[in-house]
Design a protein around this ligand. Structure first.
Ligand SMILES: Cc1cc2nc3c(=O)[nH]c(=O)nc-3n(C[C@H](O)[C@H](O)[C@H](O)COP(=O)(O)OP(=O)(O)OC[C@H]3O[C@@H](n4cnc5c(N)ncnc54)[C@H](O)[C@@H]3O)c2cc1C
Length: 490
C-alpha cells in the first residue's frame, strides 16, 4: 500500500494533459490541492490503526493486504465494509471521498469481462487482461476514476441514431495491436488526480451498436487524451483557519483518436455485456451512495442543529420536525444500503430473465435496495438546503468578508452585532457560519448538489430500474387473493 506522500509524488511525475481556464496545468497545480487532500485521506486511513480494519482488505488474487478501494467484493461482509468505510471517510471531510468511482467500476468490469471472455467472438482475452490490470491496480495501490457519462448529444436518440456518431465513446478502428477510440466522457470526478481512468458504456446497447460496447483502462495522463478540468474549492481562509482545505475536481475527458492496446481492453463489441457493464457500474455506484449520502446528511444535520443552537431555536417544534426529516432520510438511505449489502449475491438482473448468476462469484449488491436508497437520498438534497436556509435565516447570504471581521475598525462592532448565543464564543460562531456558507451558499455547494442529485444516474434512472425490476405481479397477487379475484394465470 502507498502513503499519501507516495501518491502525491507519483502525481507530480505525470505528463501534463490537463487544461483549465485557457492554460495547460500540472497535476500539482495549487487548485488541485483540496482534492488531493481528500484523496490523501484514503491512503492515511488504510495505515491508521484505528481505521485499518475497515479501510483495507485481503486481495483475492495475491492474498496481500490492499486498500479497500481497490478490492473486489468477495462476500456480503465486503459490501457492508465498503458502505461503512464510505460513510466513515466522508464524515472526515463533509463531502465526497472521491475514490469510490474506481472500486465501483472495477467491480463492474470484473464481472463483465469474465462473462464476455466466454463469447466465441471475443476479440481478446478480456478477463485475463482485466486480472493483469487489476493485480497492478491493487499492488501499486493506484487511484482510478470511472468515465461512464457520454456527452450524449441529442437526448432522445440512441448512440447509433445520433447525427454525430461520436456523441458516445466508440471504436473507430480495430488494429492487430489494439483499438482507436474517439469520443468524450464528461463530469468525470477526480480524473485529474487519478492514476488510471476506467471507461465503461453509458447505456443499454443493441445490435448495430457494437462500436459502443467498450470497456478499457488508460493512464489518466495518456497520449491522445485531453482533460479539461473544473475545480471546486471553498473560499480560502486567512484568519479563521480550519485543519485542512478540501475540494474536488471533475474533467471533460476527450479521447482524440486514442490508441488503446489490446491488453488494456476488457470488452469490445459484445452489446449485451456492454449494457450490463453500464448497469453494473451504476448499481455499485448507487450502493456507494448509501454510504456517502448518509454521511453528507450527518454533516447537514450537524450544520442544521448547530445553526439552531446558535440561533437559540433548537427546542422549537418546527426545528425538531425539520431535524427529524433530515435524520429519517439519512438513516433510511443507510438502511437501504445495508439491506442491499446483506442481500448481495453473484447475480445480475437481466430483463426478461430476472436475476441470473453473473461473473466469477464476486458479490453484487441487491439492485432494488440500492436504487431505492439512491433515489430517496438524491431527490432530497435540495430540500435539505431549504431546511438549512430556513433554520439559518438570512445571515449566511450577507455575511461579512473575513477581512471586515478582522479589520480593527469593524471587528469589535461586527462581533457585537453577530453575537446570537452568548454561551458560544463569537470566534466559534464566525467559524461555524463560514463553513455553513461554504456548504450552503458557495459555487462549490451548487456543484456538490448537482453531483448528489445526478451522480450515479438522475432520479429517473433509478425509478426506471426500480419499476422494471420490482416484482409488481406478486403485489397484484396479494390483492387478488384478498379481494377474492381469480388467481393470475401463470
Ligand atoms: C458533480 C458531478 C460528478 C459526476 N461524476 C461522474 C463520474 O465520476 N463519472 C461519470 O461517469 N459520471 C459522473 N457524473 C455524471 C452523472 O452520472 C450524470 O450527470 C447523470 O448520469 C445524468 O446525465 P446527464 O448529466 O447527461 O443528464 P441528462 O441525462 O442529460 O439529464 C437531463 C434531463 O434530461 C432527461 N433525459 C435525458 N435523456 C432522456 C431520455 N432519453 N428520455 C427522457 N428524458 C431524458 C433526464 O431525465 C433529465 O431530466 C457526475 C455528475 C456530476 C454533476
Amino acid at each position: 500500500m502507498r502513503t499519501k506522500a507516495q501518491y502525491i509524488e507519483r502525481l507530480g511525475k505525470m505528463n501534463s494533459n490537463l487544461y483549465s481556464n485557457g492554460q495547460k496545468i500540472g497535476r500539482l497545480d495549487e487548485r488541485q490541492e483540496g482534492a488531493i487532500n481528500v484523496m490523501g485521506l484514503t491512503f492515511d486511513a488504510a495505515w491508521d490503526p484505528a481505521s485499518r480494519e475497515l479501510c483495507t482488505a485481503t486481495s483475492h488474487i495475491t492474498g496481500e493486504t490492499i486498500n479497500r478501494f481497490n478490492h473486489i467484493h468477495q462476500n456480503t461482509g465486503d459490501l457492508h465494509k465498503k458502505q461503512d468505510m464510505t460513510r466513515f471517510l466522508c464524515n472526515k471531510v463533509g463531502q465526497c471521498i472521491q475514490r469510490c468511482m474506481g472500486i465501483d467500476a472495477a467491480n463492474a468490469v470484473n464481472a463483465v469481462s469474465f462473462e464476455a471472455q466466454k463469447s466465441p467472438k471475443a476479440k481478446t482475452a478480456y478477463h485475463d487482461n482485466w486480472l493483469k490490470w487489476l493485480e497492478r491496480f491493487q499492488t501499486e495501490d493506484l487511484v482510478a476514476s470511472c468515465a461512464q457519462t457520454d456527452v450524449k448529444g441529442e437526448r432522445l436518440k440512441r448512440p447509433s441514431e445520433q447525427t454525430d456518431p461520436d456523441m458516445y465513446v466508440r471504436v473507430v478502428e480495430e488494429r492487430s495491436d489494439g483499438i482507436i477510440v474517439r469520443g468524450s466522457k464528461v463530469h468525470i470526478s477526480e480524473a485529474s488526480i487519478s492514476d488510471e481512468i476506467l471507461v465503461v458504456p453509458n447505456r443499454a446497447l443493441k445490435k448495430g451498436e457494437e462500436a459502443y460496447a467498450l470497456c478499457f483502462a488508460i493512464p489518466s495522463d495518456y497520449e491522445g487524451v485531453k482533460q479539461v478540468v473544473h475545480f471546486h474549492n471553498f473560499r480560502k481562509r486567512e484568519h479563521y483557519q480550519r485543519p485542512a482545505d478540501y475540494g474536488y475536481t471533475d474533467s471533460y475527458i476527450i479521447f482524440d483518436d486514442c490508441f488503446v492496446p489490446w491488453d488494456r481492453v476488457f470488452l469490445c463489441g459484445e452489446t449485451q455485456h456492454g449494457g450490463v457493464a453500464a448497469l453494473l457500474f451504476a448499481l455499485f455506484h448507487r450502493h456507494s451512495y448509501s454510504g456517502c449520502k448518509p454521511a453528507l446528511l450527518d454533516f447537514v444535520i450537524g450544520l442544521a442543529s448547530l445553526a439552531a443552537e446558535i440561533n437559540g431555536i433548537e427546542k422549537t417544534p418546527h426545528v425538531r420536525e425539520m431535524l427529524s426529516k433530515l435524520i429519517m432520510t439519512g438513516e433510511l438511505g443507510y438502511a437501504a444500503g445495508y439491506t442491499a449489502s446483506d442481500f448481495g449475491k453473484p447475480e445480475v438482473y437481466v430483463p426478461g430473465l430476472g436475476s441470473v448468476p453473473y461473473g466469477p462469484g464476486s458479490c453484487i449488491p441487491n439492485s432494488i435496495y440500492c436504487n431505492v436508497g439512491r433515489c430517496l437520498t438524491g431527490e432530497a438534497v435540495f430540500h435539505e438546503q431549504e431546511i438549512l436556509c430556513n433554520i439559518a435565516g438570512g445571515l449566511p447570504a450577507t455575511f461579512p468578508y473575513e477581512k471586515d471581521l478582522t479589520n480593527p475598525e469593524t471587528k469589535a462592532l461586527l462581533e457585537k452585532y453577530l453575537m446570537r448565543n452568548p454561551k458560544i464564543p463569537i470566534e466559534e460562531q464566525i467559524k461555524f457560519w463560514l463553513t455553513f456558507i461554504d456548504f450552503n451558499l458557495s459555487g462549490s455547494s451548487g456543484s456538490i448538489l448537482y453531483g448528489s442529485y445526478h451522480g450515479g444516474g438522475s432520479p429517473i434512472m433509478e425509478q426506471i430500474a426500480i419499476t422494471s425490476q420490482y416484482d409488481l405481479e406478486s403485489k397484484k397477487d396479494i390483492v387478488r387473493a384478498i379481494a377474492g379475484m381469480a388467481p393470475r394465470q401463470k
